[in-house]
Design a protein around this ligand. Structure first.
Ligand SMILES: [Zn+2]
Length: 355
């Protein structure tokens, strides 16, 4: 009895991670979204001894029916057939190789397995280290390095399997998750909150995109000017995201994690540090503890400076394990004076009735 109880407590404290070598087989050639991203993460987690503290969650391929919770069957077939023919470009940014269809099924399935592990109490929280990423993929279109929308599929899966009524998706990738927003735009069951550089790729993410029909008010965009760093993001988390999350009162929190807001990232112009990412994760973990028994599932989207990416993933795991509060040394160099976002925050609070 005591042994069973102890093992239950250890599991309840555990942080899971999803990884599979199939994720390296999605070959994008000369591209920023490459297998070396995951290789850098895994080798850093091993080198720092952190990997041994995490609980592995074995991914499985998502079924076509699971992918079809979000995507058109004709589109799924198109991706399968293109892989069988050797792959190629899907749009100017997005390419596939022969193994990309399998990798994409395992990416969505990996996040489904992470969600099952958290919902079933196997682990307290989990982070899916997958590729291809997902948040730009729409029902019928690949874009922005994304084939299937992993987080949207996992959310729909969790709504059905666990009969949930409210799932919160937070997306702090530097790009707006147009695919995720579009999937749940008229749904009152999934609230989508995104911080992103704006104006920027993919062009969506305006403050006035707030949801439609029964989903009105459950889409919250925080479009930030270039140059925002830790203090601006933390202010947004405290003043907008935390109160909106408390009001929505989710039963599960899913996070699209992108580290392309790091100051060293080659794609964007934000100024976040590893410490900033850790503090944001700490706030999200605090909200999960407060609102939904700690049920928190993260998935990797962007992040293209390998050193910043690996360090940020480790810091994220440290916070998930409860080992760090985010006070990590090493301030980012300021590119310029940080932008004033007070009036933007005020406008968003007004649109969403957040006091
Ligand atoms: Zn991104």
């Amino acid at each position: 009895m005591l042994i069973q109880l102890t093992s239950a407590i250890i599991k309840a404290m555990a942080t899971g991670y999803v990884y599979h070598s199939i994720y390296l087989q999605h070959d994008t050639g000369q591209h920023v979204e490459v297998a070396a991203r995951l290789e850098a993460i895994i080798s850093y987690l091993e080198k720092t001894g952190l990997k041994s503290k995490l609980t592995p969650i074995e991914p499985r391929p998502a079924t076509v029916d699971e992918i079809a919770l979000v995507h058109q069957k004709s589109y799924i077939k198109e991706i399968e057939e293109k892989a069988a023919k050797g792959g190629g470009a899907l749009d100017p940014d997005t390419v596939m190789s022969p193994d990309s269809y399998q990798a994409a099924l395992y990416a969505a399935g990996g996040l489904i397995r992470a969600t099952e592990a958290v919902m079933g109490g196997e682990v307290a929280n989990a982070f899916a280290l997958v590729r291809p990423p997902g948040h730009h993929a729409t029902a019928g279109q690949a874009m922005g390095f994304c084939l299937f929308n992993n987080i949207a599929i996992a959310a729909r899966y969790a709504l059905g399997k666990y009969k949930l009524e409210r799932i919160l998706i937070i997306d702090f990738d530097v790009h707006h998750g147009n695919g995720t927003q579009g999937t749940f735009y008229d749904s009152p069951q999934v609230m989508y909150i995104s911080t992103h550089e704006y104006p920027f790729y993919p062009g969506t993410g305006d403050i006035n995109e707030t949801g439609s029909g029964e989903g009105r008010g459950t889409n919250l965009n925080i479009p930030l000017p270039a140059g925002c760093g830790d203090s601006e993001y933390l202010e947004v988390f405290e003043q907008v995201i935390a109160p909106a999350a408390r009001r929505f009162n989710p039963q599960l929190i899913l996070v699209s994690v992108g580290y392309d807001g790091h100051w060293a990232d080659p794609l964007a112009m934000m100024n976040l540090s590893v410490s900033g990412f850790a503090k944001m994760t700490g706030i999200i973990k605090g909200l999960a503890d407060e609102l939904c028994n700690g049920r928190l599932v993260l998935t990797l989207e962007g992040g293209y400076n390998l050193e910043a990416l690996a360090g940020s993933v480790k810091a994220t795991f440290d916070v998930l394990l409860g080992n760090a509060s985010g006070n990590i040394s090493g301030a980012p160099p300021r590119r310029s004076e940080p932008p004033d976002i007070e009036s933007l925050i005020g406008e968003i609070k007004k649109i969403h009735g957040l006091g």
